[in-house]
Design a binder for this molecule. Structure first.
Ligand code: GLA
Length: 374
């Protein structure tokens, strides 16, 4: 990938003398979905797949962007994928960081595009990270994550939480990250999947979050908080507290959304404990419950994700399976015993294609580190 991104740079800009190359991962969330903007917990991991960049400073203030994933677009200065790095540059400058020169950059990623594995957050953190290195900025990785989120919220128009940028900036090989999004306190938990693997299945249903109901879900949760009155975030409530005050929420739909946010947060805390105790069976059950709640209460799954997950649940050797990320298409994550992986991919893939009409893609993934120069 390094050679390819340098070649892409040379193709776009004429030569590759003096380029530096960087990498930032994609992510998968194991459990804790739609809890991050509700002040709850999440439990994601960084992946070994991600985005690469070859970059070179310029003597003027011009920034130019090229992506080997969209060669037909050519070199651009704004719009489309360029808005992610452009937004990061703007947010860094607004925060007072000194970026006094332009740059040429080529990106190349192996995260399936628009699949829910955070290709956009990967580009944001990657850009923040290479700017830190090129300009010698005094900025921590968590601050880069916050800049990426600000870019997404204010420049792109997706009201996302901090999970994706945070895990991409702070990921650790072979560990999941248990993050309290209300304080940004986090701890690393080793993932010891003896005789099992994490399998991601991609629905191949393309979707952009900007056009999805993502912002609507966030607004519904905020309305529930207003109705309840004396809290700032749903993540502050235990399930018992929620049951006591839930009737303050005026509208039945918002009540369901809030129920998901509160119970999913509780499940995430339990799941983290289960993993620490090596109780992978309990972890898997909580993954399944998470999917049901996202399907019935939060209503962000859809026929594609539900088909992948319900078919996965029928297979032998499956410890747990759920949608991951925002939903509305995108991917599922499953824990599958090694001996059953081939059958899993074959049968789930076959039934998906029969029902949906086009194939799903399957990836056996590994948990990797955060951003680095390569
Ligand atoms: C997207 C957002 C995250 C998070 C998830 C759902 O990935 O970018 O902030 O809200 O959806 O858990």
């Amino acid at each position: 990938m390094k050679t390819e991104v340098i070649e892409a740079f040379a193709k776009a800009y004429g030569d590759s003398a003096g380029v530096r190359t960087f990498f930032a991962p994609g992510r998968v969330n194991l459990i804790g979905e739609h809890t991050d903007y509700n002040g709850g917990h999440v439990f994601p991991c960084a992946l070994t797949i991600g985005t690469y960049a070859a970059v070179r400073l310029r003597d003027d203030n011009i920034c130019r962007f090229y992506s080997k994933n969209f060669p037909e677009i050519g070199v651009i200065r704004e719009g489309g994928f360029a808005n992610y790095p452009l937004g990061v540059v703007k947010m860094l400058k607004d925060a007072g960081y000194n970026i006094d020169k332009g740059f040429d950059v080529a990106y190349y990623g192996d995260i399936p595009y628009a699949s829910g594995l955070s290709s956009s957050a990967s580009v944001e953190v990657l850009t923040g990270y290479f700017l830190k290195e090129l300009f010698g900025l005094d900025i921590e990785n968590t601050e880069i994550a916050l800049i990426g989120q600000k870019c997404e919220n204010e420049f792109i128009g997706v009201n996302c939480g901090i999970m994706d940028q945070f895990i991409i900036a702070n990921g650790k090989k072979d560990y999941a990250t248990f993050l309290d999004t209300s304080t940004l306190e986090f701890s690393y938990v080793p993932i010891k999947l003896d005789g099992m693997k994490l399998i991601i299945a991609c629905t191949n249903k393309k979707r952009g979050l900007k056009d999805s109901k993502y912002n609507e879900r966030r607004a519904e949760c905020e309305q529930a908080v207003k109705d309840i009155g004396n809290i700032s975030f749903l993540g502050e409530l235990t399930t018992e507290e929620f049951e006591d005050i839930k009737d303050k929420i005026n509208n039945e739909v918002n009540k369901k959304r809030a129920r998901h946010a509160v119970y999913e947060n509780a499940r995430t805390i339990k799941a983290c404990d289960a993993l620490k105790n090596n109780d992978i069976e309990t972890f898997g059950k909580l993954m399944n419950e998470s999917h049901i709640s996202l399907r019935d209460d939060y209503e962000v799954t859809g026929i594609e994700l539900d088909t992948l997950v319900s078919t996965a649940w029928e297979q032998e050797g499956v410890i747990g399976s759920r949608m991951t990320g925002a939903g509305f298409g995108g991917c599922t994550v499953s824990i599958v015993k090694d001996n059953y992986i081939d059958d899993f991919i074959f049968v789930v893939g076959k039934k998906y294609k029969e029902k949906i009409g086009y194939p799903a893609d399957f990836y056996i993934v590994e948990i990797g580190d955060g951003p680095c120069e390569i």
